[in-house]
Ligand binder design. Structure first.
Ligand code: CDP
Length: 246
C-alpha cells in the first residue's frame, strides 16, 4: 500500500467501521454430526470450523498423564483459505498458533476430571482475513462447551491493532498487513487473560489502550458465544428433523 494512503476517511476505516468496532460475528454451535462438539464461526471475512473429540483414551499411550487429561489443539489453514495458495500441512506458523491457542483454552478446562485422557481440538481455517487465531479460539471454546467438556467458563478472543498511529479493534487483512501493530488477546468473562501476543511497536499508553480495546471486543464476542450455545440447546429441545446434525 502507498504510504501516503490513509487507513481512515473522515474517521471511518476502509471497510466502513469506526475504530472501536468489531467486524460482524456469526457463531453456530453443533454443526458437525460426528464430532462430540463443534462450532462454525464467521468473524468478518474469516470462516472457521472447530471440532472437539473427547475426553477419550490417549494414543500414543506414553502421552498419558496420570492426574489429568491432556489437551491437543491443531490449527490448520486450508490451502484455499488465503489469496496465495498455502502449501498443505503443518508449518512453523501453524505450530505456533496451535500452541498459543491450546494455552489460551487449557486454563479453563477441568482436565483433572479425566486422568489418562485426551481432549482433541481441531480448528480448520476455511477462509482467512486476519485474526484467524482469535476466531479459532472463539470457535474452539464454544465447541468444547458443545461437547460437554467441563469448563470453568468460556474464553473469548479478538485482536486490537495500530494503524496511522491510532488503536483499532479487530484489524482486517489490509490493516493487519500494512498497519503498525497487531495485538491478539484472549480472556475469560471475569478478565483473566489467557493469551496476549503483540507484533509491531506499541508505547506503554498504546498498549493500555489496545488491551482495553481488545477487552471490549472480547466482551461482545462472549455474548454472541453464549447466544450460540443457548440456541443450540433450544434446538435440542425441538423434535429432531430428518438429516439434522443434532
Ligand atoms: O490470522 P492471524 O491474524 O491470527 O495470524 P497472522 O499470522 O497475523 O496472519 C494474518 C493474516 O495473514 C491471516 O489471517 C491471513 O489472512 C494472512 N495469511 C496469508 O495470507 N497466508 C499465510 N500463509 C498466512 C497468513
Amino acid at each position: 500500500m502507498d504510504e501516503k494512503l490513509s487507513f481512515f476517511k473522515d474517521g471511518i476505516r476502509l471497510d466502513g467501521r469506526r475504530p472501536g468496532e468489531l467486524r460482524p460475528v456469526k457463531i453456530e454451535a453443533g454443526v458437525l454430526k460426528r464430532a462430540d462438539g463443534s462450532c462454525y464461526i464467521e468473524m468478518g471475512g474469516n470462516k472457521v470450523i472447530a471440532a472437539v473429540y473427547g475426553p477419550r483414551e490417549v494414543h500414543p499411550r506414553h502421552l498419558q498423564k496420570v492426574s489429568r487429561a491432556i489437551v491437543r489443539y491443531r490449527y490448520n489453514m486450508a490451502s484455499f483459505s488465503v489469496e496465495e495458495r498455502k502449501r498443505p500441512g503443518p508449518d512453523r506458523r501453524s505450530h505456533e498458533v496451535s500452541k498459543v491457542s491450546r494455552e489460551a483454552l487449557e486454563p479453563v478446562i477441568l482436565t483433572h476430571y479425566f486422568p489418562r485422557s485426551v481432549i482433541d481440538i481441531f480448528v480448520e481455517i476455511l477462509q482467512a482475513d486476519a485474526g484467524t487465531r482469535t476466531a479459532g479460539i472463539n470457535a474452539a471454546s464454544v465447541a468444547l462447551a458443545d461437547a460437554g467438556v467441563p469448563m470453568k467458563c468460556l474464553v473469548s478472543s479478538c485482536a486490537a491493532g495500530k494503524v496511522d498511529g491510532q488503536i483499532i479493534l479487530d484489524p482486517m487483512k489490509d490493516e493487519d498487513n500494512f498497519g503498525e501493530g497487531d495485538m491478539p488477546l484472549a480472556m475469560t468473562p471475569d478478565g483473566e487473560v489467557t493469551l496476549l501476543q503483540a507484533d509491531g511497536r506499541f508505547t506503554v499508553e498504546e498498549t493500555r489502550e489496545a488491551l482495553e480495546t481488545a477487552r471490549k471486543g472480547c466482551e461482545q464476542i462472549y455474548e454472541i458465544q453464549k447466544k450460540a450455545l443457548i440456541d443450540r440447546y433450544s434446538r435440542l429441545e425441538e423434535p429432531e428433523e430428518e438429516g439434522s446434525n443434532v
